[in-house]
Design a protein around this ligand. Structure first.
Ligand code: PMP
Length: 449
């Protein structure tokens, strides 16, 4: 079938299925400026360019406003590790909601959570913010304040949120400075950011050569967009170079943290970073961002440790950090519950979930391989991602049509709510989608079996 005929066919089916989502999206577009509702816009797929509207979810499932049920693989962009509406977390939030949910004076929960995070991850000090973006922004500021340098390094393939100095995918071939690609993120802001190749020897040499100006190297240790790249030796070398040359090594663990294990990527790679950012999982589905790490750096938030009743004073001149909702009682209560659940029984919940994800991904890859379909999945912990070259990204439309929801950024996550039964349904739906794509002439086998 010609590709545009197929596109029309899948569009016609999805249009019927998601009528209420499309109708509300259209109704709201005039006043609701929503980038996700136009993400990946193409004229060919205009009629099914929307973001799904849903107001109900449980375990591995969600319902859209048309009443369709989907197996959710988005799982709150990786923030809902235990499954939707998980009772112990909901109850912790409800308890806190009944007791106190105002900001102003600090809730005692925040100090308790900081101490617990120190105990389970080994970080010395912890500061709370509202999102991963904010945590990354603050971590970079602390690094500049402490090292008294102004350049930062980040790597191609990483995603660190929406802080301006990190919003580029392209570097200057000679200077390696990040280049302006997004309107509004001007070159002058990017002139403090070097964008290098992740895992490459050249990047290490570059960092060594520019050490005098580099305050921080920011790493997403396992990039959610490329989870099979796990450059252990590179990270160890990077650690020893940055340590030697007074550069802050920042691990952005907004996705890896509390997922591969409670110790996150630091424990997985056996690398101690100077600063670590966390988000997503630890918030139990509520907004959170955390900057943690060595006192040398965290002391730039508050001047460092001092005690009542003696002559001690804050020794460090702090930079500026603040935020109305930074220690929101509901997020603190949810996070404390998440930590309790994660650390119970020697982290069994993570071990089981990560093993399950690996087994499921291997089953998927075995299917694609056996059928000689040019699709595969790569994975790390409970995260996985399809590789869908060219027009094969239509897979996501076929999957949606068959009741599997994957958001526009395409990172997929499993939860304990994805039981064996759900996973076997999911496998069938993925197989069915692939065979339908083949029947429609979109998916071609690599070789005849
Ligand atoms: N860092 C990483 C590694 C992320 O994956 C994300 C978000 N997906 C962020 C930072 C930004 O977090 P947030 O969306 O909470 O601002």
């Amino acid at each position: 079938m010609l590709i545009f005929v197929v596109m029309n066919k899948i569009q016609d089916q999805l249009k019927v299925k998601t009528e209420a989502t499309r109708k509300l999206t259209q109704q709201n577009r005039k006043h609701f400026a929503l980038n996700r509702a136009s993400a990946g816009f193409t004229t060919e797929l205009k009629e099914i360019t929307f973001t799904l509207l849903s107001d109900s979810s449980e375990g591995a499932y969600l319902l859209d406003v048309d009443g369709n049920q989907y197996i959710d693989l988005t799982m709150g962009f990786g923030s809902i590790l235990f499954g939707h509406n998980y009772a112990p977390i909901r109850e912790a939030i409800e308890r806190q909601l009944r007791q106190h949910w105002s900001v102003g004076p600090m809730t005692p929960l925040a100090g308790e959570l900081a101490t617990k995070i120190h105990e389970v991850t080994g970080v010395e000090r912890v500061a709370f913010f509202n999102s991963g973006t904010e945590a990354v922004m603050v971590a970079l500021r602390l690094a500049k304040a402490v090292t008294k340098k102004n350049k930062i390094v980040f790597f191609k393939g990483a995603y660190h949120g929406t802080f301006d100095t990190l919003l580029s995918l392209k570097n200057h071939p000679e200077t390696q400075l990040a280049q302006e690609i997004v309107p509004g993120v001007t070159q002058s802001i990017l002139n403090e950011s070097y964008l290098l190749e992740y895992g490459h020897e050249n990047a290490l040499t570059f960092v060594e050569q520019h050490a005098d100006e580099i305050a921080a190297v920011l790493v997403e240790p396992v990039q959610s967009r490329n989870p099979s790249l796990q450059p252990r030796d590179f990270l160890h070398e990077l650690r020893s170079i940055t340590e030697r040359l007074n550069i802050a090594l920042i691990f952005d663990e907004v996705i890896c943290g509390f997922r591969i294990g409670v110790g996150g990527a630091q424990a997985f790679f056996d690398v101690k970073a100077d600063l670590v950012t966390y988000g997503k999982v630890i918030g139990g589905g509520l907004p959170i961002g955390i900057v943690a790490g060595k006192s040398d750096y965290l002391d730039a938030t508050d001047g460092g440790f001092w005690e009542y009743g003696d002559a001690s004073i804050p020794k460090v001149k702090p930079t500026f950090v603040a935020g109305t909702f930074c220690h929101h009682p509901l997020a603190m209560a949810a996070s404390l519950k998440v930590l309790e659940l994660l650390t119970a029984d020697n982290e069994q919940v993570l071990k089981t979930l990560n093993d399950k994800t690996e087994k499921f991904c291997q089953q998927l890859n075995a299917f694609f391989e056996e059928e000689q379909f040019p699709i595969s999945v790569s994975y790390f912990a409970s995260l996985f991602r399809f590789t869908t070259p060219g027009k094969l990204s239509l897979l996501y439309n076929y999957l949606l049509n068959n009741g599997v929801y994957i958001w526009e950024g395409r990172n997929c996550f499993l939860s304990p709510g994805h039981s064996d039964e759900v996973l076997s349904q999911l496998l069938q739906k993925i197989k069915q989608s692939a065979f339908e794509m083949e029947a429609d002439g979109i998916l071609k086998r690599k070789a005849i079996k």
